[in-house]
Write a protein that binds this ligand. Structure first.
Ligand code: ATP
Length: 348
């Protein structure tokens, strides 16, 4: 069986003069958890609406299961919105049953009970949906999407209105359900922590454009540009302006050896990306000053001033931090970007 389920090719959307989406192309594999992440207004919802058929693209093409026919695509897709659109006077089970396909060739009532059980809603089956908690409402909406037996489920920030622990629990539940049932999901969020935790395939967007896509680890380790570097990872990657000249890197005052054989153009302005967990404070010849600390149980997030830069540093919380100490980082583990266009430089 073909593994690719959905293919979007060059999707663009223009509202008046404003291009909300610009040439977005990606594919989704069957049985995978796909997440679109990006800041507010970057076009996530518009993209989902175009795939579901609620909006029409200005340019581009969509194939589902090798077919370009809009009607058949729509029948094979279910959508779960940010606000669970339930019938308030109906019970949980009736709402779930509402998703059943008209031509279902199975016992829809036992299927609805099975889905309620999977979602931990068995005890709520007969309860009116307007009396449910936020999390129960959203699980009912997911149940209706599962009942449809759709090939692809689109989810637009389904848990964003819930408090953080519940959001995490439901995300985990959805993740195990996706694995258990081999669902193909396309999930939208602006929360990069949630995106990293859930995704097999991550699509990072900004200003209507896909900035990078791939598995979360490769995006974290090899961000394509400074936007992705700063957006993915918490605390964010430190981005330091510097200059490379010959085999030396000129920071504000400090000069360190350029860690690659390759020489750059005569004098190149660069941005050097350093993950907060890759900086050591407490050893090394260069000196840092601790400006601020935040305590997170087994870790401390510290703001360290080094050479006129303010660096976010993640450290084990074993001991109290000295206000002044040595600082060190491995330049081979840093990511170098071209300061002019923000793109990663592939160095060797
Ligand atoms: P959020 O995370 O805040 O929901 P988003 O990434 O989902 O944002 P969209 O809702 O897709 O972003 O909007 C993308 C851009 O398109 C925004 O600038 C928005 O103002 C604009 N936009 C969306 N719908 C319309 C519309 N119907 N008419 C005009 N502009 C629109």
């Amino acid at each position: 069986m073909e593994k690719e389920l959905l293919k979007c090719q060059g999707i663009s959307k223009c509202y008046g003069e404003h291009w909300a989406l610009k040439d977005c192309s990606f594919s989704l594999q069957r049985g995978s958890f796909n997440v679109i992440v990006g800041p507010s207004g970057c076009g996530k919802t518009t993209l989902l609406e175009i795939i579901s058929g609620l909006q029409k693209e200005t340019k581009g093409e969509i194939w589902l299961d090798g077919s370009k026919q809009k009607e058949s695509i729509r029948r094979k897709i279910a959508v779960v919105f940010q606000e669970p659109a339930l019938f308030p006077y109906m019970s949980v089970e009736e709402n779930i049953l509402f998703g059943a396909p008209e031509d279902a060739d199975f016992d829809i009532h036992s299927k609805a009970r099975e889905i309620a059980e999977l979602l931990g809603l068995s005890e709520r089956r007969c309860q009116r949906s307007d009396t449910l908690s936020g999390g129960e409402k959203q699980r009912t909406a997911i149940g209706r999407a599962l009942m449809k037996g759709a090939d692809l489920i689109l989810m637009d920030e389904p848990f964003s209105a819930l408090d953080a622990p519940l959001k995490q629990r439901l995300g985990d539940k959805l993740h195990s359900l996706q694995q258990q049932l081999s669902l193909t999901l396309l999930y939208v969020t602006h929360d990069q922590n949630e995106a990293m935790r859930l995704a097999d395939h991550l699509i990072v967007m900004k200003d209507g454009e896909i900035q990078q896509q791939g598995d979360p680890r490769s995006i974290y380790e090899h961000p394509q540009n400074t936007f992705v570097a700063g957006f993915i990872g918490n605390p964010a990657m430190n981005l330091l302006k510097a200059k490379v000249k010959g085999q030396k890197i000129y920071f504000h005052q400090e000069i360190l050896p350029f860690p690659y054989e390759q020489t750059l153009d005569q004098e190149q302005e660069v941005i050097i990306g350093i993950r907060p967990s890759q900086i050591e404070y407490g050893s090394g010849e260069m000196s840092g000053v601790c400006k601020e600390t935040k305590y997170y149980g087994d870790q401390i997030q510290a703001l360290i001033e080094w050479d006129g830069y303010l660096l976010q540093v993640l450290l084990p919380a074993a001991e109290a931090l000295p206000s002044c100490a040595g600082i060190t980082f491995d330049l081979r583990r840093c990511v170098f970007f071209d300061a002019e266009n923000g793109r990663r430089l592939d160095l060797y």
